[in-house]
Design a binder for this molecule. Sequence first.
Ligand code: GLA
Length: 788
Amino acid sequence: MIRIINNCFALCTEHSAYVFRVNETGHPEHLHYGASLGWTADTPDGVIENDCAAMAEKRSFELGNTVVYSPEHKTVMLEDLRLEAASVGKGDLRDPFAVVRYADGSTTSDFVFEKAELLKGAKAPLEGLPSSHAAEGEAEQLLVILKDAASGVALELTYTVYEAFDVICRSSRIVNGSGSDVDVLRLMSAQVDFSEDGFELTSFHGAWTREMEKETVPVKHALVVNSSVCGASSNRSNPFVMLHRPQTCESFGEVWAFNLIYSGNHYESAGVNAYGKTRFLNGINPQGFSFRLAPGEAFQAPEAVMCWSDRGFSGMSQCLHGFVRKHITPDEWQGLSRPVLLNSWEASYFDISESKLLRLARAAQGAGIELFVVDDGWFGRRDDDTSSLGDWFVNKKKFPSGLKAFGEKLKAMGLQFGIWIEPEMISVDSELYRAHPDWSMEIPGRAHSEGRNQRILDMANPAVPEYIGSTLAALLKDTGVNYIKWDMNRVFSDVFSQHLPAERQGETAHRYMLGVYRLFDILTKALPGVLFEGCASGGNRFDLGILCYCPQIWGSDNTDALCRARIQEGYSYGYPLNCVSAHVSSVPNHQTLRETPLATRFNVACFGSFGYELNLADLPQAELAKMKEQVELYKKWRDVLQNGDFYRLECGSTHKWICVSKDKRRAVGMLMRELAEANTQYEDFKAAGLDPDLTYRFYSVAEKQDIRQFGDLVNTVSPVHIKQNSLAHNLIARFVKLDGEAECAELSGSALMGSGIRLLPSYGGTGFNDRTRCFPDFASRLYYIEAI
Ligand code: GLA
């Protein structure tokens, strides 16, 4: 609901309210973002106006050593006003929302209210950028126009209210209404000024194969900045962040979550001002950024997503998951189940050929897998990562009869056909580079810094996305592909567009993203029905911008189940499970050399868009049979896992998760313990999200591979030790006997959630018997919960 009452603006979701007013100097003054204020469509105007007056700033004297806004308004000091969009030069000393440099070189702006209107109909897309989508009636929208009177430059603020998800989106636009060129030096997407301090900021950091490590810092006077300058939203700092109270936990407490529908350099800052007020900002990273606007031209900033919840981190995540599924995921993929796939990368890396892959595909078909993905190495002369990016024609030596014929062979086996591309890159050793060296992002006359032996195509040059788009569309249309993995494996260096003049070089990184989005538009439109999966060396570009085109993103090149549990848990704060693709790979794991049980690899990967990435063709029959069972099991529970409500029940060295179907009749729980500890054998599973009034059957399926593992142990434990300690021998024998034993109970939803179920004790150094759970290092178990 949006209500405008004179100078007051009330944006209300089911549980939250966002309120501002236009103050006596014409500045939009932020009044509240948080809990609902109880306002409905029937609340009398006078009540809302009175409440707003109570929330407004009250100054009755001039503060010492501050800038007074104007002689007529001696008690207005922008430095300490909660604002909707701060600029510089008129007294606000905090991190600004917008900075414009005018023709005379000055950068002072004063954006004051001009007009506001409610926007009707379906939500219009943002010019050149991905954004949340809503059909008529699915969201309400407000446009507020501010103007800098001295220059005529306008600042437009757009708010979209997604009531059911407790989400409000914001975006901003600068229109050059002056008579000369201006440079936009900074334009944020959202600003929230809180009246108090005492917040913490949680953000997600990492690197290649170490994505989404959660980190929490207090927000104090020194500015806390989370940002990326690597050209992508980055694995170093994801654009998703949360402000919250120190006491907030998974199930209780206030959280303000922020994200950006953008895949390039981003910036989030939080800090407390001299008077104890906290400001949060997010938007395009201003470092190295500038954008020139001729008279009449406009600059559109990306859309920011804001979500408030007082039901803790899990409550906030559920709102965002629902929002992303409905208003970010492309319409044609909403609610559709994602296929179980086999990817060729960890199975054979660059060493691929039609015959080799068909052998792999036959094994995949036998296991019940639905989609076969040919990863890197199928094009140009690509046998390693030193060549051929940009040469998008099939390698006839590897695929003598071409891609179409290969795809038909897959389809004859009942498999869908998927393929890998890296369309934003160029190898120096490529026909494309030899023909168009100026299409590479590099600075003529300066030595280039290399990364993975490849360079970045200058997507800021409109000819580049058009060429790559038409080449790939022509090639892939004909092959009947069902799935495309879109990779991007380089961090920016030597940022420069040979297409842009010197004074516009600050536009390169952003124009690059506009070019990438244009390329996404070309390819998704040319290949309707194709499932696109994003990827950037794993999770170097995991963000809502990519998710507007790709319903899923490869979460990490790290496929080790232990690391994956942490990484996927990190993503789950801001992104729904079915956006994160996750694969079972071989052991020892290729990234960590760790051996984890096959069951654990499955149990973790199934909490994502699920697949395999290993050489199935040469696996022992027993292991293949186990995988076939896994695929069957996954298909049975796929809808719950991909579209259900997810709760993090416990995080840390023990991971407890649950995913509950929308009708609350079915749920899958997971318990994974990273390392076994002696004498801590008791464990509860306390569910969440169930219907308290239903009775559920709670059960697990015995994990046969645990038995196999312990069978191995029988052979590896020293015979001397076994002889000396018949207890140990006894123990191993008993574990072997556990084959087929499962935990099972029947109880009410309220008991399962209120007290939880006491699981069988796992062996912890003593006291083992037939009712002991086999739970060594990296063990895990799935629990199935079904209403009776
Ligand atoms: C990146 C991806 C991998 C794989 C390789 C291929 O590293 O993240 O999954 O596709 O590229 O070169």
